[in-house]
Design a binder for this molecule. Structure first.
Ligand SMILES: Nc1ncnc2c1ncn2[C@@H]1O[C@H](COP(=O)(O)OP(=O)(O)OP(=O)(O)O)[C@@H](O)[C@H]1O
Length: 325
């Protein structure tokens, strides 16, 4: 049996809204509309989709915060909404947009409280804390109140907090949102190491396809509460014929770069944008551009999730929306 198992999982919300002066209309929102998948122990899976697709609702059911209105769900053999407390000992959750840390307390006091709340044996707590402090470089931050931490520091603090009780599965909801490039790289590196060393199962929700590319061998795409794709990221790019962008900073303004395998998109002074298929490697293209042009800098941008998904269906998301109405 997979470690995480969903079978035709559903969640419907009933919302009331005003439909005139005295009348209220009841409307059903199918946030999760019959999703089935299995995740094996030790897998690192991306769970992506446009805003309002149903990602957070799924995660909330996986943690037991929300009760499904249909279907079946098991995490480590446990029914989350029935045995939420027992499950809490085995899972860790990090929400990028919210903190589980105590705002006014120094970081280390939040950890002490977690120690007691989760009844973590002393030796294990020490060991886990030391490891997280070292790998997430938290040493100098332990005495700082959480409200004084930068977003990247707070995120690292939150990830440590979620791991002190040795969870077997970690849910991460937008763990790199708003972080600068260096902080993103640190968080990704840590998660990769955690997965390799501890075998922690990770389910990752993100709007940043680079997170997926660097961390997950498998990605699931959800839209309108349904699973639209389950497979490798490369396969998703192939289905959507998506393109990555090479942003080239030249020493001076030059005519459009013309290299095989890429398409000139636009120029702004000495900066040029070239598009190339997301399924091919950037390395030969970078080598070719660097060999024949005076370069200052280069970067590769992943397509955004909305574009990839829209292309997957053919046509734009708005066109598709209209066809659904
Ligand atoms: N408590 C609730 N009551 C009513 N509707 C809800 C509730 N929570 C979520 N929804 C609706 O369910 C749908 C799915 O929402 P959900 O938050 O799961 O999406 P999401 O994929 O996490 O989006 P985002 O990327 O914006 O966080 C949306 O239409 C949302 O408005």
């Amino acid at each position: 049996m997979p470690f995480i198992e969903l079978e035709s999982l559903e969640k419907t919300f009933t919302v009331r809204r005003k439909a005139g002066l005295f009348r209220r209309e009841r409307r059903e929102v199918r946030a999760v509309d019959g999703i089935s998948f299995g995740v094996e122990r030790g897998e690192m899976v991306g769970y992506i989709g446009p805003n309002g697709a149903g990602k957070s609702t799924t995660i909330k059911m996986l943690t037991g915060i929300l009760t499904p209105t249909g279907g079946r769900l098991r995490v480590a053999g446990i029914d989350p909404s029935r045995e939420r407390t027992r499950l809490a000992q085995r899972i860790g959750v990090v929400f990028g947009q919210r903190t589980t840390l105590w705002w006014d307390l120094p970081l280390k006091d939040s950890y002490r409280l977690m120690h007691r709340m989760y009844r973590i044996p002393d030796a294990r707590y020490r060991e886990n804390l030391d490891r997280c402090v070292e790998l997430l470089e938290l040493g100098e931050l332990l005495d700082v109140p959480v409200r004084q931490l930068s977003l990247g520091q707070r995120m690292r603090g939150d990830i440590a907090a979620a791991l002190l009780h040795d969870p077997e599965v970690l849910y991460l909801d937008e763990p790199t949102i708003g972080l600068d490039v260096v902080s993103k790289a640190r968080v990704r590196e840590f998660l990769r190491a955690l997965n390799t060393a501890q075998g922690t199962t990770v389910l990752l929700t993100t709007h940043d396809l680079t997170d997926i590319e660097q961390l997950c061998s498998r990605v699931m795409v959800i839209d309108h509460g349904r699973l639209m794709y389950d497979g490798e990221l490369a396969g998703l790019h192939a289905v959507g014929e998506s393109e990555r962008l090479l942003v080239v900073d030249l020493e001076r303004e030059l005519p459009p770069i013309d290299v095989p395998g890429a398409r000139f998109v636009r120029a702004e002074g000495p900066r040029q944008w070239l598009a190339f298929p997301a399924t091919s490697s950037a390395a030969p293209l970078v080598a070719e551009v660097a060999a024949n042009h005076p370069l200052l800098d280069l970067s590769v941008r992943e397509p955004d999730i909305e574009t990839v998904i829209a292309k997957m269906y053919g046509g734009t998301r708005d066109e598709r929306r209209e066809s659904l109405m």
